[in-house]
Write a new protein. Structure first.
Length: 367
């Protein structure tokens, strides 16, 4: 029987264990440029089977929070290269999460103060994070404008270019496309945020079109073996909801099967919240079966509220990888701590978003 500490081939990557550091927004990249402090943060955590970076904007339009990094400028790519060099020097493997926030943004973060973009001009009842005069605060998102269909090929190309530069210039081992948590691709998927009446709205096939175009473009550019995808079928994060989650995501997974992806990353339940949502039932086993039956062979990564006991149960039940979020904030040596059943540091929630080394690179490791 497989354990958390067994190696695994995941697409083009050979992982020494099945423990993954989940993507975690930390708002420590002023001007969207990764810093030496970020390089140290990821280096400290390089014993993970796989590191997935914080969500990283593919374009200026894709930005939705203050001080989150990008992948669309030379300085940004150079900053990320220092991060990947540090991780690789420590023996680690790292992919970056490609992000377009869609409507979860604010005019202060958009090019020229423009409105954020979305499938439909429906505001998200959620907040984003701004920093003014050095002080961070959560504010309501701005009302978006609906994307014209003629703009969508450009967004697909932004994902393609970001993937290419991530691997060829910034030195990442691959990418994870962010199709979850109520951001742009998830907004197109779900009925609550997508009221379009063209080829990108209405039916399941139409609502899935943009995501699938992005995935085909990215895998065509860097190969399926270096590409993962994050999905969150039922999370209410960022005010998303759909009335057909099971059918929608089973369709998406069947369509993804031929792309030979490295992995599928599934958030079970509400992101950072309950794993079961009473009014949003979902059969994750059926989802995985739909993917496997269609020929999908990517590693199956599970996420949301896992501790060691639950992770071991998941692996015993057939999960290939388990992603840990908050535990990785406070425990850079999480692999060793889980292996040795050592005590875990407690994360300092006050330092999750923004700041410097405190609550970021100063958590102690085992002697």
């Amino acid at each position: 029987m497989a354990s958390l500490f067994d190696p695994l081939q995941v697409g083009a990557l050979r992982l020494p264990n099945r423990i993954v550091m989940a993507p975690l927004t930390r708002n420590r990249a002023p001007g969207a440029v990764p810093t030496p402090l970020m390089a140290e943060y990821y280096r400290q955590r390089a014993s993970a089977g796989l590191l997935i970076t914080e969500a990283t904007a593919i374009s200026h339009q894709g930005q939705g929070y203050a001080d989150v990094p990008g992948l669309y400028g030379t300085e940004q790519l150079d900053g990320w290269k220092k991060v990947t060099d540090a991780v690789h020097a420590a023996g680690g493997r790292i992919v970056t999460q490609l992000w377009h926030v869609g409507r979860v943004s604010h005019v202060d973060l958009q090019p020229g103060g423009a409105a954020p973009v979305a499938p439909s001009a429906i505001a998200a009842r959620t907040k984003t994070y701004l920093i003014k005069d050095g002080v961070g605060s959560f504010v309501e998102t701005s009302v978006p404008r609906a994307l014209d269909a003629a703009e969508l090929p450009g967004i697909v190309q932004d994902f393609r270019h970001a993937a290419r530069h991530a691997v060829s210039t910034a030195g990442f081992d691959g990418v994870e496309v962010h199709g979850a948590n109520g951001y742009l691709l998830d907004q197109f998927l779900k009925t609550g945020s997508n009221h379009r009446r063209d080829d990108y709205g209405g039916s399941i096939e139409n609502r899935a079109r943009l995501l699938l175009e992005v995935m085909r473009a990215v895998t065509d550019e860097i190969g399926g073996g270096r590409t993962g995808l994050r999905l969150s079928p039922v999370t209410p994060a960022n005010d998303v909801v759909t009335d057909d989650a099971q059918a929608l995501f089973e369709y998406v997974l069947r369509q993804l099967a031929p792309l030979k992806l490295a992995y599928i990353h599934i958030i079970e339940g509400a992101t950072g919240g309950p794993r079961e949502i009473a009014d949003r039932p979902f059969d994750y086993g059926a989802l995985k079966t739909a993917y496997r039956t269609a020929g999908g062979q990517g590693a199956w990564m599970v996420n949301n509220g896992y501790d060691k006991a639950l992770a071991e149960q998941a692996v015993a039940a057939g999960a290939d990888l388990v992603a840990f979020g908050k535990l990785y904030i406070a425990n850079p040596d999480l692999v060793r701590r889980l292996h040795d059943n050592a005590p875990l540091n407690t994360p300092d929630k006050a330092t999750f978003y923004g700041g410097g080394a405190k609550g970021y690179t100063d958590y102690p490791t085992l002697a």
